[in-house]
Each structure stands twice: as C-alpha cells, then as structure tokens.
Design a protein around this ligand. Structure first.
Ligand SMILES: NC(=O)c1ccc[n+]([C@@H]2O[C@H](COP(=O)([O-])OP(=O)(O)OC[C@H]3O[C@@H](n4cnc5c(N)ncnc54)[C@H](O)[C@@H]3O)[C@@H](O)[C@H]2O)c1
Length: 361
C-alpha cells in the first residue's frame, strides 16, 4: 500500500505514544498482538504511517527534529520505544491562538508549556508542501480557536482530519458539511481511549440497563500529572470536555440521568502521577425490590498510549476513506473511537458497524 502521510498538530504526550507505537509495531504483528484492535486495517499496516509534518508552539519542540521533540519536556509519558527513525521532519511553529492557558507560567518548566518566541508558519502552506494525507489534532483542551485554525488549514490544503480533542468539528453540522463539500473525511471528536474511564463507565451504565436495574447516581473523578491535566485546572477551558465525557455515558442509558445525578470530569492535577491517570468511579443503583446497591471502580492507566491505540486506527480509516472517495464525518469510525461522535452507538454495535465499513460492506 502507499504510505499514509501524517501531519501532527501538538507534539505532546499523545503524539509521543503514537510515534513510539508506529515504530514498536514495525516487526510483523498478528491479529492477537497485545495493544492493537487491528494489526492490519483495510490493507494498511501500522508501519505504513509516515510522519511528514508537525506543528507545536513550545520552545523545546519547535525547530527540532520530530523524533527528538516527542521526548522533550514537558512530555512525561512512558517511553516504551526509545529509538525512532529520522523522519526528516522539523517541528514548525504553529499559531498559538488559545492553545496555551495563562496559568502555565505559574508552574515549573519541566511541567508546563513555554511558548517559543517565533512567528507562526502558514499551516495550510506547510500541509500542502508536505503532501500530508491526514492531520491528527492534539491541541490542549479548550483550544477552540486553535483547533478551528487547523481544521480550516486541512480544508484549504485538502487534508483529512482526525480530531482527538473536545472541540466539536466532526460532530458539528457546519464543519461536517465543509469537509463533505471538499471531499475530505473527518473523524472526531475527543478520542475515546482503548480501555479507559469512558469505555468502562459506558459499559457499566449499559450493563445496568440490560440487566433491568436502575442507575440513580454516578460520578467519575479523574486525576493525572501530565500537561493535559495541568491545562484542565482552568475551569473555563473545560466546558466541552465535560459535555463530551458526560454525553458519552448518558448516551448508553435508556433514560438519561438528571444533570444533578451525574458528575464526570477531570478533577485534579497531581504532578507526581505524570501520565498515569487514576479514575475513581461510583455507580449507585437499585435492583429487584428497589434495594440500593453500588459499584466502585478504581482504574489506573497510562493515559497517552491508551489514546494512541485508537488513533492508530483512526488515521488508517481516514486514509481508507480518502482512497474510497468517502467524505464528511466517518460515522462508524467516530462512534467506535471517539467520545463525542456525530452519532452515538452502543459500543458492540459500533464495533460491528466499523468492521463492515472497513470491509467495504
Ligand atoms: N487518553 C488521552 O490521552 C486522551 C484522551 C482523550 C482526549 N485527549 C486529548 O488529546 C489532546 C492531546 O493530549 P496530550 O496528552 O498529548 O496533551 P499535551 O499537553 O501533552 O500536548 C499538547 C501539545 O500541544 C501543543 N500546543 C499548544 N498550543 C498549540 C498550538 N496553538 N499549535 C500547536 N501546538 C500547540 C503543546 O505545546 C503540547 O506539545 C488533549 O486535548 C487531550 O485532552 C487525550
């Protein structure tokens, strides 16, 4: 197959795990290899993904070769593949816009963003020159303007988009229509980790409906020590994250909970946790005879590889759609891989529909 030329906006922890994974899974992999939903997807292997462009705004990343920038601070995710190839890609200065929260400057250098003193590049022009097929968007939560800037650049440059953050592009009818009109696929929004808090919470909520018990109240509290969690200390940046995470669980219930009975969101920044995210979940329910019962879950995951396990499929699906002339939001792909897709499905149905879509049926 032809290579999948990948552009990356935001060379943070998720980008680091993604690039490490592309290298890690280079040796032949089989259908039962740990960590992958699809060893091969529509004929594309993981090693077919080749980075051709990257954008960031941090002075420790901009101007550096991509294979070095992914290991630069404040990135702190687990390193499971130290050796990366020389991609021949230098990280370009993106437009900062609303990408960097003001409180970042109050935290130490090794934990927070530090903006480079450089003029921004013309993103669409760089994308065109790189001949990228797909751009994966890894902006910090709350970067409404920055995400829209990269989405616009994709439309101008003729590049498909995978939007991993809760700014609504694929799930926004006007943006969806723009991608359709330009014959470009878009996958989004807000990546749902391979096996993280969202999928566990959705599955338990659905299980309760299927077993005839009534969920009365639930919470999901999350802590982490990466820049994603540091960024999310700023409550004003969190609106769409809360919507995305809450709707994701509500969508699995036959009768959605009242707003006051469901609380889901990032809860605190614990620096020493680094990229380890810990989730505390509680579901209070009534079974036969209205007897109150509850389930408590504590989940501990490495956040960024957990998202890369899904991104690696989104990217290949976006390229498959380009090959097949499919444009606009990819419903089947987004329902399986994203928290806030244009159409929410039960997860088992999403998987079945995704497999049919990949097979071209
Ligand atoms: N499991 C997961 O890790 C997961 C799940 C769902 C969603 N997400 C979302 O994915 C996004 C990326 O997560 P991450 O952990 O890699 O975050 P991160 O903080 O490690 O990386 C963000 C990167 O974006 C850069 N940046 C900031 N403004 C920019 C701009 N205007 N242009 C270009 N680059 C800019 C920063 O310098 C940083 O390198 C976050 O929004 C996160 O919430 C992650």
């Amino acid at each position: 197959m032809a290579p999948i030329k990948l552009a990356i906006a935001g060379v943070g922890n998720c980008a680091s795990s993604l690039l490490q994974g592309i290298e890690y899974y280079k040796p032949p992999v089989s259908a039962d290899t740990a960590g992958l939903v699809h060893a091969e997807l529509g004929g594309y292997r993981i090693q077919d993904i080749r980075p051709v462009a990257a954008f960031d705004v941090d002075r420790r990343k901009v101007g550096r070769p991509l294979e070095e920038a992914v290991f630069a601070p404040p990135n702190c995710t687990a390193v499971f593949q130290r050796e990366l190839p020389h991609y021949g890609v230098t990280v370009q200065m993106g437009p900062v816009l609303d990408g960097v929260a003001a409180h970042m400057k109050d935290y130490p250098e090794d934990r927070a963003f530090r903006v480079a003193d450089q003029p921004p590049c013309d993103v669409a022009k760089v994308l065109k020159a790189s001949q990228a097929d797909v751009l994966v968007c890894y902006m910090p939560v709350g970067s409404e303007d920055a995400v829209k800037h990269y989405a616009r650049a994709c439309l101008d440059a003729g590049v498909a988009m995978v939007n991993c953050i809760p700014v609504f592009i694929a799930s926004h009818p006007e943006w969806a229509q723009e991608f359709r009109q330009k014959n470009l696929p878009v996958v989004g929004d807000d990546i749902k980790s391979q096996l993280g808090a969202t999928i566990v919470h959705r599955t338990l909520a659905r299980l309760m409906c299927d077993r005839g018990v009534r969920l009365d109240r639930t919470y999901q509290l999350n802590t982490g020590g990466n820049t994603d969690f540091l960024n999310m200390l700023e409550q004003s940046r969190l609106r769409s994250k809360r919507i995305s995470k809450t709707e994701s669980v509500q969508s699995q219930l036959d009768v959605p909970l009242d707003e006051g009975n469901i609380h889901i969101g990032p809860s605190d920044f614990v620096p020493w946790q680094k990229d380890n995210k810990v989730c505390f979940m509680r579901l209070e329910y009534r079974g036969f005879g209205d007897i109150p019962m509850n389930i408590e879950v504590r989940l501990s995951v490495e956040d960024s590889p957990n998202s890369a396990g899904m991104a690696i499929d989104c990217i290949r699906c976006a390229k498959l759609a380009l090959d097949r002339g499919i444009s606009g939001p990819l419903h089947e792909v987004s329902a399986f891989t994203m928290k806030h897709p244009p159409e929410q499905l039960r997860d088992t149905e999403a998987r079945e529909r995704l497999e049919r879509w990949i097979a071209g049926r």
